[in-house]
Design a protein around this ligand. Structure first.
Ligand code: GUN
Length: 280
């Protein structure tokens, strides 16, 4: 029976650290650390994520400034807002919640964020630094959280076979780069991958970021593997990961639940990126 990795508990510890740093910052500078949260459109899941992020700021003595924009906001308006936030001294971090409405080119908006205020680590400069192994950049929140969850098991990442399912810019690609940085042997699988199960069966570490409920079943998992479930699949009956948790947990060595696994870590890492950015 696998051990359950509580992202909720680990995130709570990180938030205590963030809170202490944010308080020290305020004492030293006379102002609170500020995070701008930008959301456009009516995606219900994004609304929930943004609400959680704002609430977490409150808990950690970080001032949040929300900008909730209409579905039909123009790309120029978004870029203008980002430029204004770049120049605003009370804003230390900027977060633009994805996905943006379809008529907007996300890359243009993300590239407008000053790399120093890029709390999400999505700017090309920060993504590039991650891939070059340069530690001065901002690391994307979910990938950074995933590495913390893996390390919390006490198992060594070095030399292990890590399989990532999913190749998105916000999870799959950066988590693969971070695992490589930690000396894992990394395989990235995606929708065109052949013989997926044969590959996942050899994973010591399996990171699943597909967006399909119960995509990974027990027969795809090696006994004792560390399984990290990045899925957030909502329907009327609740929130589900990409992994068939009930059956996989008896095969895996360690497994993250949904909810209470990766999700809280993403929020905690966003706060950590924001305080670290402000202090720098
Ligand atoms: N959409 C899904 N995950 C994320 C995230 O970590 N940050 C932002 N900004 N948008 C997201």
């Amino acid at each position: 029976m696998g051990e359950i990795i509580s992202g909720k508990q680990i995130a709570a510890q990180i938030k205590l650290k963030v809170q202490a740093r944010a308080q020290a910052f305020e004492q030293k500078t006379g102002r609170k650390i500020g995070l701008a949260v930008v959301r456009a459109g009516s995606d219900p899941a994004s609304a929930i994520y943004v609400r959680n992020k704002v609430k977490a700021c409150e808990e950690c003595n970080i001032a949040s400034y929300s900008y909730i924009l209409d579905d039909n906001v123009s790309q120029d308006e978004l870029v203008t807002l980002v430029n204004k936030l770049n120049a605003d001294d009370k804003i230390d971090g900027i977060l633009v919640q994805l996905p943006l409405p379809k008529h907007i080119d996300e890359r243009i908006v993300l590239s407008a964020i000053s790399p120093n205020k890029d709390a999400d680590g999505f700017h090309v400069v920060n993504a590039g630094k991650l891939f070059l192994g340069e530690s001065s950049g901002v690391i994307a929140c979910t990938p950074r959280g995933i590495i913390e969850l893996i390390k919390s098991t006490g198992e060594d990442i070095c030399g292990k076979h890590a399989v990532v399912i999913g190749r998105s810019n916000i999870v799959g690609k950066p988590v693969a780069a971070l695992l490589l940085e930690n000396n894992a042997t990394v395989t990235v699988c995606h929708s065109k991958t052949q013989h997926l199960k044969e590959i996942t069966k050899t994973a010591d570490i399996l990171v699943v970021a597909v967006g399909k409920r119960h995509f990974v079943t027990a027969d795809m998992v090696k006994r004792g593997a560390i399984v990290i479930d990045v899925g957030m699949n909502r329907d009327e009956s609740g929130l589900y990961g990409d992994v068939d948790f009930e059956n996989v947990k008896s095969v895996a060595g360690y497994i993250t639940p949904v909810p209470g696994g990766v999700g809280p870590m993403t929020v905690a890492m966003l706060l950590l990126n924001t305080v670290d950015g402000a202090r720098a």
